[in-house]
Design a binder for this molecule. Structure first.
Ligand SMILES: [Zn+2]
Length: 253
């Protein structure tokens, strides 16, 4: 059912949280917009103006790699300045209280880790843009190192170990979903009693399959998103309000 107003939504969410012992949050871009991170997929967002570079193009073309890194450097001020918002902090409170074993996210901004989640308890379905990895051997690189090499060489650096290209540690279009993360997210969705989808339009598959999977395995399902989603009609509670305002009352609980 759809909460009639913010206050009744918050009250019903509070009741569901109180009566649940294993809560799995699933987050999308909407939780980070109040932190200054734009939703790349939104109308007028970066991806409607700049076509995303698919993985095979990144691998095949040095120009594509240079362009990809130039775009990433252009976003660095935004990512570096972002701090966890009320939504992140509320979920971190539930994590500290022992109610949330781990969190599943479509976001690449590292803000759940910054809010207090152990890195091992953040299941990143689309990777992380705050560091880089070699696409051959998996060696991790700091962005500062990549930036320095890019400036020195005038282009995207290759791995010092194996000479393969270095890419942000994100999952690009056309790149396989990370197997271990998908398996862990499946396990979490199947074994929780409350699943809360937050700030995701639930249109990007296979990630969007987890709320339904949790519901089918017996969990209660809450969807918090400003806009309607395709899965609202299977949810036990739908809150169509600002995420910071909805989750703000749960910070520090
Ligand atoms: Zn390598």
């Amino acid at each position: 059912m759809i909460a009639s107003d913010l206050q009744s939504g918050v009250e019903q969410l509070g009741d569901l949280i109180a009566s649940s012992s294993i809560i799995v949050p699933f987050t999308g871009a909407g939780i980070s917009t109040e932190c200054g991170i734009p939703d790349f997929r939104s109308p007028g967002g970066l991806w409607t103006r700049n076509r995303p570079i698919p993985f095979d193009e990144f691998v095949a073309s040095r120009d594509a790699r240079d362009e990809s890194w130039r775009r990433r450097f252009a976003m660095e001020a935004t990512f570096a300045a972002a701090k966890p918002g009320r939504g992140h902090r509320a979920l971190a409170s539930l994590y500290r209280a022992g109610k949330v074993p781990a969190i599943i996210t479509q976001n690449i901004d590292n803000l759940h880790q910054a809010s207090g989640f152990a890195a091992d308890h953040v299941i990143e379905l689309h990777g992380n843009t705050t560091y880089a990895r070699c696409i051959g051997c998996g060696q991790a690189y700091d962005l500062a190192w990549v930036t320095k090499r890019f400036e020195a060489d005038g282009g995207a650096p290759d791995c010092t170990e194996c000479d393969e290209p270095i890419k942000t540690a994100t999952i690009s279009f056309g790149q396989a979903m990370p197997e271990q993360e998908m398996a862990r997210a499946t396990e979490l969705a199947q074994h929780c009693d409350l699943f809360i989808a937050i700030g995701s339009s639930l249109v990007v598959w296979p990630a969007a399959g987890f709320p339904m999977m949790a519901r089918n395995c017996g969990a209660k399902l809450v969807i918090i998103n400003r806009e309607p989603t395709d899965q609202d009609d299977i949810a036990d509670l739908v809150i169509r309000h600002d995420i910071g305002e909805t989750l703000g009352p749960f910070v520090g609980n």
